[in-house]
Design a protein around this ligand. Structure first.
Ligand code: NAP
Length: 292
């Protein structure tokens, strides 16, 4: 048997508090691109209702727009949001964290779940700045999150429970797919799925250039290129087959595809992609250590 208080279900078997999603109060600090994408996803997935969302943004006009667009409560500042929230989403740029932490000092309770998408700010710092015992989950989303097709990796801090991670996964699943990883892997996540959309855009642009060179209009070539990458990714995810197997199936002996593949190998495309992920991972680690 369990009993409910306004935002929590307490399981008497193990004494653990579980957030009841429908009744949770979600706080959002920073309603820019990512804050809005997550808000929209959560409302669409009905993880939370507008009357249970408190949000703030430094930019007054932006705040007004968000309040009007979604019917949520706009608050004066981050401190007011934190005081009223069960789950607090931090979605400001890394340059704004000192000001944010100063605002939040003493306002984050030991029960609250704080989810940060702030690039490069590590769990150890988040925990120290938010009062030492805060339940913190750090997330690395990517830009397709803005259109509901994101890939996010989340890592839990020292005080984050399995339920906290589940809540974070539910949140990011509302805007794509989510994996739980250890924090030490988040730089590699940044190098692959975080920076990866840019690699994909370069591939799409280059494929379209090839189409134009072969006589297609730019518009047609771009559609073909983008939908080819999208379809190939869906085929791989839905069949669960190895990419090498799927590639072999397209490449018939003496055919067109193997002729194209030979050129990709001659151009060192595999090594270039591996090096890109490695370089971006290294750079994420440098930025995380505060190196310019
Ligand atoms: N966008 C993405 O696809 C993406 C992907 C992965 C990770 N991220 C990370 O997510 C975070 C947010 O990115 P974003 O693209 O959403 O940035 P953004 O569009 O610039 O939004 C951040 C918003 O937060 C506001 N803000 C800053 N400090 C604040 C404070 N103390 N209280 C209230 N509001 C505050 C900013 O206002 P002002 O403009 O007035 O300062 C701005 O409107 C960043 O750390 C970013 O690196 C974003």
């Amino acid at each position: 048997m369990s009993y409910e208080c306004p935002s929590w279900t307490i399981d008497p078997a193990n004494g653990e508090c579980r957030m009841t999603k429908k009744s949770m109060r979600l706080g959002i600090i920073g309603c820019g691109q990512m804050g809005e994408a997550l808000l929209r996803g959560m409302l669409t997935a009905k993880l939370v209702t507008p009357d249970r969302v408190l949000a703030t943004d430094l930019a007054e006009e932006r705040m007004k727009t968000i309040v009007q667009r979604y019917g949520i409560h706009g608050m004066r500042d981050g401190r007011a949001v934190a005081k009223g929230a069960d789950v607090l989403l931090l979605a400001v740029k890394p340059q704004g964290v000192n000001e944010l932490f100063a605002q939040l000092r003493g306002a984050v309770s030991d029960r609250m779940l704080v989810i940060s998408v702030i690039t490069g700010v590590q769990l150890i710092r988040l925990e120290a700045e938010l009062g030492g015992k805060a339940h913190v989950v750090r997330a690395v989303p990517n830009t397709p999150t803005l259109v509901g097709c994101g890939m996010t990796a989340v890592a839990g801090g020292a005080h984050a429970s399995a339920d906290d991670l589940r809540t974070a996964v539910d949140l990011f699943n509302a805007v794509g797919a989510t994996l739980v990883v250890e924090e030490r892997h988040l730089d590699a996540v940044t190098g692959l799925s975080g920076s990866g959309p840019a690699y994909a855009f370069v591939m799409i642009e280059a494929l379209a250039d090839g189409g134009v060179k072969a006589g297609l209009s730019r518009e047609v070539a771009l559609q073909l290129a983008a939908r080819t990458l999208l379809g190939a990714a869906q085929l791989l995810l839905q069949t669960g087959e190895h990419p090498g197997q799927l590639k072999d199936r397209v490449a018939s002996p003496g055919g067109t595809t193997i002729a194209g593949l030979r050129e990709l190998e001659a151009g060192g495309v595999r090594a270039a992609l591996i090096n890109a992920v490695e370089a971006a991972t290294r750079r994420a680690a440098e930025l995380g250590q505060g190196r310019k």
